[in-house]
Design a protein. Sequence first.
Length: 320
Amino acid sequence: MMGRQNKEIPVYVFMGFLESGKTTFAKETLMDRGFTGGAKTLLLVCEDGEEEYDLEALRKANIYTEFIEEDQLTTDHLLDLQDKYEPEQVMIEYNGMWKLDKIFEIRVPKGWTVVQVISFVNAETYDVYSQNMKATMVEQFNSADMVIFNRCDENSKIPEWRRSIKAVNRRAQIIFEMKDGSIAPETNEPEDLPYDVTADVIELPDDDFGIWYVDASDMKERYDGKKIHFKAMVFRPKQYGSNAFVPGRFAMTCCVEDIQFVGFKCYYQGARNLVDRQWVDVTAKIGYEYYPDFDGEGPVLTAEKVTLTSAPEEEVVYFS
């Protein structure tokens, strides 16, 4: 058994609220032998509803199911399950109402390695959950490798929803599934933006800084080499020296406690004359260079003109 424990055991986590579609996805995935490869699989279900799984059919596919309560999600219990089943892989259908700290901070059996986290969203109830439980949803999205919106239709606010996810998790892959099961076509189109990206100089309205911040991070081909004009607050990180600063805005991704300053590095020879929290009017050219925070290329600005100005009516911006 020790040899088995030292082997890496991939763990897949499915998150979401009730009726989000994660159980259906898990069943379809588990019963597809192309995914499990017949490997011995432990399925941990953290939701009520044992009748939703055909336990006998799962066992025939070498998949063994355990239903656990929140107080059972402990290191000792997981070690007991490891000893009982000696799985080659683990799939966890996680309860969307439980704190994520429990699954990501717990000491799991040796070899267990989370390789993918998928968050499921019911498009029909997303806006309601977002309004009433936004902090919990943001916590889920921030941990996800993939976010799947299901039950979308022609009225779904796909561009807005896509930006709201990218605002908290740039690396997440986002999929929109229609009610008939088909995948929605690419929806990140210039026409969905509240400003004109085809203009010689993009005029960025004060309220739309957050939308531009997300879109420019994600769509290099749309902005590389373009000029933009906007209002922003000055931030001068010490590591940027005297010829660069960050013109940015305070943005709210979730709640008042979750406000953060966002912006891109801007090369400007007069940066040494700027003071933190001044408001400036910026005209700059957009380029791209490596950012450690992006794990790849991200936007960088080269200022053509920077002048002092007054604060906008609303100092905090949003991503939708």
